[in-house]
Design a protein around this ligand. Structure first.
Ligand code: RBF
Length: 225
């Protein structure tokens, strides 16, 4: 991971035009001086790329650990193309740092793969406060700007694949939960199959009480007895 003295905020590739994009920025409040600087860097990069103010949705969460859940919830409930997660975890004297960093990184990855929408990991994981300052508008640029650039690139890629991709969407349906459902119903309907579905016989004596009155579930069967 050699990024020594490299200001990655000077992107090598062109930033896509974001005029039709809608993006959520989720910001952790821990180390808020840093995360606010990351947020501002992200917003300014998005606006420079043409994303309108109305299409940038900022949500605050208490700490970085909450970022993946927030990204999941926002992406599931709002019509946004991507979520940018911004946080700053600074190493302390206990192993807490490792747990939080691992969980957030893995959580962001899981959410994007599950919801098929980009979730950008814009979380500083630093050994001290100075390192964080250096990456939130200091000598190593602003990682919020990079996160915004990444979001725009990944939305562009997603749209391109969704529009131009030649994979038959039926394949996903067949391989996904709908496919399992179809397969199950085919098995049930196939009279020659060897599958033994144990459907429990109704109990003719079954009854329940409604408003204090006993109701027989199978009155006809009972009469025959
Ligand atoms: N959240 C951060 O975003 N950055 C931190 O550096 C940070 N350090 C923490 C250290 C400890 C000991 C604890 C208990 C929490 C810390 N959190 C930090 C908050 C964490 O992300 C989360 O909000 C809380 O654990 C509640 O789920």
């Amino acid at each position: 991971m050699a990024a020594k003295n490299k200001n990655l905020s000077n992107f090598t590739s062109e930033t896509p035009n974001g005029k039709d994009y809608s993006i959520a920025i989720i910001v952790a409040e821990w180390n808020s001086e840093i995360t606010i600087a990351l947020r501002d860097g992200a917003i300014s990069t998005l606006q420079k790329a043409g994303v309108s103010k109305d299409n940038i949705h900022v949500h605050l969460v208490p700490g970085s650990y909450e970022l993946p859940y927030a990204a999941y919830t926002v992406l599931q409930n709002y019509n946004v193309d991507a979520a940018i997660c911004l946080g700053c975890v600074i190493q302390g004297e206990t192993p807490h740092f490792d747990y939080i960093c691992q969980a957030v990184a893995k959580g962001c990855m899981d959410v994007q793969l599950q919801l098929k929408r980009p979730v950008v990991f814009g979380v500083l994981t630093t050994l001290n406060y100075q390192q964080a300052e250096d990456r939130a508008g200091g000598k190593h640029g602003n990682k919020g700007e990079e996160a915004a650039h990444t979001a725009l690139k990944m939305i562009q890629l997603t749209h391109l694949c969704e529009e131009k991709g030649d994979r038959d969407p039926m394949l996903d349906a067949i391989n996904g939960p709908l496919g399992s459902l179809l397969l199950q119903s085919a098995m049930v309907n196939d009279e020659d199959d060897n599958f033994d579905f144990d459907i429990e016989e109704e109990d003719p004596d079954e009854s329940y009480f409604a408003k204090g009155k006993k109701v027989e579930l199978n009155p006809k069967k009972k009469k025959k007895k």
